[in-house]
Design a binder for this molecule. Structure first.
Ligand SMILES: Nc1ncnc2c1ncn2[C@@H]1O[C@H](COP(=O)(O)OP(=O)(O)OP(=O)(O)O)[C@@H](O)[C@H]1O
Ligand SMILES: [Mg+2]
Length: 374
């Protein structure tokens, strides 16, 4: 039996409505703004546009998984997370989080999910002039959760020593720990993290990414982790969903995706030559799928090739080099990275028609709101 499903989305569609100014419009106070919007559309001064941010998104997240949500700007990552957090309603389709329907039960969603939309948004959870512990306790009291959970959470995220510091004094790394502590207090089965560690220095980020992994492996929580930064996703995610223009164009482990896209491994070989460089290079290149680089420096041959199976190639290379009396100095195999996968996927889908309406430069949106309750 597979692990329990924590989040399920089925054919989610989200359309946003916006008005673009197409003619001269006098500046108005807020009171007249709605009137002008309606009149303006009739007089041809505004044009109503519908942006389809999500276009039939389906996927499942299971217990203990960290799933990356990748995609270029405007591909729908934030919209997707907001729907699962109950912060905006889908236009069509359905989604469930921990058995709760994101539309019907949206008021109960905050009890189960922990939404971390970047650290600037910590003010959504905490009163900055009060202490770390005060904030967590108030949170536990309001949610009817046991206070013991606060101490435990502080220990788990290593904030015990900062418990009596005011939130505004905390470094960004510690703010991130606090955001996660809120989730631990309520034993959140699902964390929705939207580019959560922007602005955190690399050495602190490494620790925070470990904390995210630990949430899944030790606490059994699931994490949806939206990011542009592929190296981050590579470090934490067991699976990735790639969004492109509101559609899921891939949903798998990075390794499987690389295989499916027939991305090759690259192998670097360095040999101290005891035979003609050209002959050895030709033999090795023939065994590879593609030769990427051949260099000779003095009596050293440096070769980089792309191969489908590094195992077969390396075995051949070792035997062939020795057979010619040369000496193998160095071998390095590089598997396709998430970045390779991502770039290959996007270029495959580049041809797809631009569906999302993007405002040309200089166009000013004066009103945005969600169709269907957003
Ligand atoms: N409130 C809104 N009103 C109108 N359009 C919106 C609104 N929010 C998002 N959009 C549009 O919906 C599409 C998806 O946006 P979304 O913010 O979900 O993408 P994203 O993948 O999170 O992008 P980024 O990587 O820049 O954070 C974009 O075309 C965006 O302009
Ligand atoms: Mg976003």
């Amino acid at each position: 039996m597979g692990r329990a499903e924590v989040a399920v989305a089925e054919k989610l569609v989200k359309e946003y409505e916006s008005y673009e100014i197409t003619g001269f419009v006098p500046m108005t106070g807020f009171g007249l703004y709605a009137l002008f919007t309606v009149l303006g559309e009739k007089l041809g001064k505004y044009e109503r546009r519908v942006v389809r941010a999500l276009d039939g998104v389906s996927f499942t997240v299971r217990e203990g998984e960290v799933v990356g949500v990748l995609g270029p700007n405007g591909s729908g990552k934030t919209t997707l997370l907001k729907i699962l957090a109950g912060l905006t309603m889908p236009t069509r389709g359905r989604a469930e989080v921990a058995g709760l329907d994101v539309v019907k039960d949206h008021e109960r969603l905050p009890r189960v999910i922990t939404y971390i939309p970047g650290l600037a948004a910590i003010s959504l959870f905490a009163r900055p002039e009060m202490t770390v512990e005060w904030n967590l306790r108030r949170f536990a009291d309001l949610a009817g959760l046991p206070r013991e959970a606060v101490r435990e959470a502080l220990e788990l995220v290593e904030l015990v020593e900062d418990a009596h510091r005011r939130v505004y004094e905390l470094s960004t790394g510690k703010l991130a720990r606090l955001a996660i502590a809120f989730g631990l207090v309520k034993r959140s089965p699902l964390y929705l993290m939207d580019e959560p560690f922007t602005g955190v220095s690399p050495e602190v980020k490494v620790k925070l990414l470990e904390l995210v992994k630990w949430l899944a492996s030790e606490q059994g929580s699931s994490v949806l982790y939206a990011t542009h930064i592929l190296s981050e996703a590579e470090q934490v995610c067991s699976r990735v969903i790639v969004l492109h223009q509101g559609r899921v164009i891939a949903d798998d482990t990075p390794r499987n995706l690389a295989k499916e896209l027939e991305l090759m491994e690259s192998v670097d070989v360095e040999v101290r030559l005891a035979e003609e460089a050209e002959k050895l290079a030709r033999d090795l290149a023939e065994r590879a799928d593609r030769a990427l680089k051949v260099e000779v420096e003095g009596d050293v041959l440096k070769l980089t090739v792309a191969v489908r199976s590094s195992r077969d190639f390396v075995q051949y290379a070792v035997e062939r080099v020795h057979a010619g009396g040369s000496k193998l100095l160095y071998v390095r195999v590089r598997e396709p990275t998430l970045e390779d996968v991502y770039l290959a996927l996007l270029s495959k889908h580049k041809a797809a028609e631009e569906k999302v309406v993007v405002a040309p430069p200089g166009v000013c949106y004066i009103f945005t709101g969600g169709v269907g309750g957003g």
